[in-house]
Design a protein around this ligand. Structure first.
Ligand SMILES: N[C@@H](CCC(=O)N[C@@H](CS)C(=O)NCC(=O)O)C(=O)O
Length: 321
C-alpha cells in the first residue's frame, strides 16, 4: 500500500502562506451546486446534512438561516470541535470538546476526510460549512453565501406557510442587498481576517483601516434606532454582518488586532442592533456558542497566539439589552 498523500499544507493553518506583500487572500470555495427541481440535488426531507463549526462565522450564517427557515427536519447538523489543528477541523471522536459531535454518517475523524472521499485530488482548504448530500454521498456546496440562498428558497414548497414566507433576499431589496454585500464582505467579514492574518505592518495597517471605515458606514446606516440594515425587515445582510459583529469584541479586537475601537463602546447603533437580534431572536442566540468561538481562534492560530491562552474577557461576553 502506498503512503497516504501529505495534505498538511492544505489542512494546517500554521502552514498557510500569505502573499508576497504580507496580505491574506481567501481562496474561492470549490463546490458550488444548488438544490433545485429537476437537478442532481432535489429538495427532500432529511436528504441533506450540514457540517459546521460554531466558531466559524461563515458556518454560523448557514446555521442561523437554517433555523430562521425552519429547516431542522430537512437538514441535519453536526458540529466539529473548535480546536482546529494540523489536520484541520476534528470531530468529537478525535477531540471530545463539549458541544462537539462525532460524524454520525461516516464516523470521520476530520472534515478533510469528507472532502478527500469525494475528491481525492482536492487541492483547496478543508473548510466549513459543508452542505452534504446523504443520498449521493457528496458535497453539494461549501460556500456559505450560496448555502444561505439555497436555504432561503429551495425547500419552500415543502415548508409550512409561516416558514415558506420568510424571505431573506426579497426581490424588492435585492439590488440594495447586493450593493451592501459588495463592501461589507471584503471590508468587514473578510476584512478582520485580512487584518489578523497579515504578516506585514503595511498589509495589517491597510486592512484594519478598511475594517473601521466600513464599520463607521454601517453605524451611520443603523443610526436612529434602525432595526435592520436594509429596508425594515430582516434580510441576509443582517445575518451576514451579525456573525462578524458578535465575534468582534470577544475575538477580533484582541486576536486579530482590530482595536481602534470595540463595538460596545465605539458603535452604539451597531451594538444595539447586535444585542436586539441576540436577545430577541432565538435563531441568533441558539446558534452562538462563545466558548467555541473564543477557543477556536485563540487555540487554532499558533502563529498569532503561540501560548494558546484564551483571554477571560470581555465580561460579560455580551451585554444585556
Ligand atoms: N467561502 C467560505 C469560507 C469558509 C471558511 O473559510 N471557513 C473557515 C473557518 S472560519 C475554515 O473552515 N477554515 C479552515 C482552513 O482554512 O483550514 C464560506 O463562506 O463558506
Amino acid at each position: 500500500m502506498s503512503a497516504p498523500t501529505d495534505v498538511s499544507h492544505q489542512s494546517d493553518i500554521a502552514k498557510m502562506k500569505t502573499e508576497a506583500d504580507g496580505s491574506f487572500k481567501r481562496l474561492d470555495a470549490s463546490f458550488r451546486n444548488f438544490i433545485q427541481k429537476g437537478g442532481q440535488f432535489e429538495a427532500e426531507r432529511d436528504r441533506y446534512h450540514l457540517y459546521v463549526s460554531y466558531a466559524c462565522p461563515w458556518a454560523t450564517r448557514t446555521l442561523i438561516v437554517r433555523k430562521l427557515k425552519g429547516l431542522e427536519d430537512f437538514v441535519s447538523v453536526s458540529v466539529v470541535s473548535p480546536r482546529m489543528g494540523t489536520n484541520g477541523w476534528p470531530f468529537a471522536s478525535v477531540d471530545p470538546f463539549p458541544g462537539a459531535d462525532i460524524d454520525p454518517l461516516y464516523n470521520s475523524q476530520h472534515i478533510k476526510d469528507l472532502y478527500l472521499s469525494v475528491a481525492p485530488n482536492y487541492s483547496g482548504r478543508f473548510t466549513v460549512p459543508v452542505l452534504w448530500d446523504k443520498k449521493d454521498k457528496t458535497i453539494v456546496n461549501n460556500e456559505s453565501s450560496e448555502i444561505i440562498r439555497i436555504f432561503n428558497t429551495a425547500f419552500n414548497h415543502l415548508l409550512p406557510k409561516e416558514y415558506a414566507e420568510v424571505d431573506l433576499y426579497p426581490d424588492s431589496l435585492k439590488a440594495k442587498i447586493d450593493e451592501l454585500n459588495e463592501w461589507i464582505y471584503p471590508n468587514i467579514n473578510n476584512g478582520v481576517y485580512r487584518a489578523g492574518f497579515a504578516t506585514s505592518q503595511e498589509a495589517y495597517s491597510a486592512a484594519v483601516k478598511q475594517v473601521f471605515e466600513a464599520l463607521d458606514k454601517v453605524e451611520a446606516i443603523l443610526a436612529g434606532d434602525k432595526k435592520y440594515i436594509v429596508g425594515d425587515q430582516l434580510t441576509e445582510c443582517d445575518v451576514r454582518l451579525w456573525v462578524t459583529i458578535i465575534r468582534f469584541d470577544p475575538v477580533y479586537v484582541g486576536h486579530f488586532k482590530c482595536n481602534i475601537r470595540d463595538i460596545r463602546n465605539g458603535y452604539p447603533s451597531i451594538h444595539k442592533w447586535m444585542k436586539d437580534l441576540y436577545w430577541n431572536d432565538p435563531a441568533f442566540k441558539d446558534c452562538t456558542n462563545f466558548d467555541h468561538i473564543k477557543t477556536h481562534y485563540y487555540w487554532s492560530h499558533p502563529s498569532i497566539n503561540p501560548t494558546r491562552i484564551v483571554p477571560v474577557g470581555p465580561v460579560p461576553v455580551i451585554e444585556p439589552l
